[in-house]
Design a protein around this ligand. Structure first.
Ligand SMILES: [Fe+2]
Length: 423
């Protein structure tokens, strides 16, 4: 043992260490137009090195960290916007499928594609079908941001569950080149009573200092980022902040940050996502659930005030899209389209935003990425424009300039719902 330590001190890596196997990843986080984080796990502790180049293996740059670890996390910087970089771990050889495209410059009008996936890490047949549907759908136009709507790994968000039901399921087709922006659900918070020790926080790297364009949150629990001309906010419906409050306390730490973040945003599009929705008649009923009732009463007014375009959630294992609405703080029965719908449509589901009055917020539950659930007797919501629990699926958003198109892609590979917003 002493002999091995001596070799490490000299910087000589023994043969067994060089043969370390990658058992998780690589996966991509915090990617902006100029930098990003590459993470992976090895079976035994090693140093960390990533080679990257526009034309591997020619003239590859590399980043290196000598610390021996199984949890590798390296930041690459000084990248050019809108460029594809190939990368490899430990040696500068091309590895098929290991590439990452940097984001366009912030504020760019160019087309952006976002994939929103909720309640997925179950190991179910539905999870694989939803994955394969997206894999085929995005062949012509890849994903620029992959957002998770929580309940990522069932049943308790433990590391072994992340490994089996998340990393192993999406590794081949998505993780090496899909830029990930996660969000946790109640199941991810079951792992450990101390939320700081959750596998969720161990496994992922979030922009807590505003390094991806949003206002600094100071915590990985909630954050925001900019992608093209879209401001995206990952709110946390499960976290208790240091001041003892949660998102349902509209004057608490997270809600105060959310208000400041939305007020500071200069980009034309705003999308907010978190796990527990304000409106659902799927497997959870937002009329009877105390937590979700409070989300509606306390947080919806913030979305109204700052004219958020889309609010995405999971938790219910359904797909439920509302019309563009405002000020609907009561139960489902209180919904009145004359009072709560703020929209003009060129044809059904295709909205044209009134330049002076703006438009209401569209609320979407997309929680059938792996789970499939029942619905309440009163399903769908009175505010619903389209809802289904018959099939699993996930949501693809395309934003280009002043147009946003949403498509809900079923596990059968077909688009079952399409809507658009023109500003
Ligand atoms: Fe949930």
């Amino acid at each position: 043992m002493k002999h091995l330590l001596f070799l490490f001190i000299l910087g000589v890596i023994p043969a067994w260490a060089q043969q370390a196997k990658i058992v998780r990843g690589p996966y991509l986080q915090n990617f902006t137009s100029t930098s990003g984080v590459i993470r992976w796990r090895t079976d035994i502790p090693t140093d960390s090195r990533v080679f990257y180049s526009k034309e591997l293996p020619k003239n590859a740059n590399s980043v290196y960290e000598a610390r021996l670890t199984t949890e590798h996390e390296l930041t690459i910087k000084g990248l050019l916007p809108n460029q594809t970089y190939f990368y490899s771990i430990a040696s500068p050889n091309i590895v098929p499928n290991q590439f990452v495209k940097t984001l366009p410059k912030p504020g760019s009008q160019q087309a952006i594609r976002i994939w929103a996936l909720g309640d997925f890490g179950t190991g179910s047949k539905n999870q694989y079908l939803v994955r394969d549907a997206v894999k085929n759908f995005v062949k012509q136009k890849p994903i620029d941001a992959w957002i998770w709507l929580g309940d990522n790994a069932y049943g308790s968000g433990k590391d072994v569950e992340y490994q089996k039901n998340v990393f192993e399921v999406y590794q081949e087709d998505f993780f090496p080149n899909t830029k990930l922006w996660p969000n946790p659900g109640n199941h991810d918070y079951k792992d450990n009573p101390d939320s700081k020790k959750l596998a969720y926080f161990e496994n992922f790297t979030m922009p807590k200092n505003g390094e991806a364009g949003g206002l600094r949150s100071g915590t990985e629990a909630y954050y925001s980022f900019n992608i093209g001309n879209v401001h995206v906010v990952s709110v946390n419906s499960e976290e208790t902040s240091e001041d003892g409050t949660s998102i349902i306390d509209s004057t608490g730490q997270q809600a105060q940050w959310l208000k400041r973040d939305l007020a500071a945003n200069k980009l034309p599009w705003t999308i907010v996502y978190f796990h527990e929705p304000p409106y659902s008649k799927g497997s959870h009923d937002t009329d009877t659930d105390e937590e979700m009732t409070k989300v509606r009463q306390q947080i919806v007014p913030i979305f109204d005030r700052y004219r958020v375009d889309l609010v995405l959630a999971g938790h219910s294992h359904s797909y439920e899209r509302t019309m563009p609405i405002r000020a609907h703080l009561g139960t489902n029965d209180s919904f009145d389209p004359r009072k709560h719908v703020f929209a003009k449509a060129s044809r059904p589901n295709h909205y044209v935003v009134d330049q002076s009055k703006g438009q209401g917020t569209i609320y979407i539950v997309a929680g059938s990425g792996g789970q499939l659930g029942k619905s309440q007797a009163s399903f769908p919501l009175k505010s619903s424009a389209f809802s289904t629990v018959a099939l699993g699926g996930s949501l693809i958003l395309d934003i280009e300039g002043k147009k946003l198109v949403g498509q809900w892609l079923g596990s059968d590979g077909k688009v079952h719902d399409e809507f658009s917003i023109q500003k």
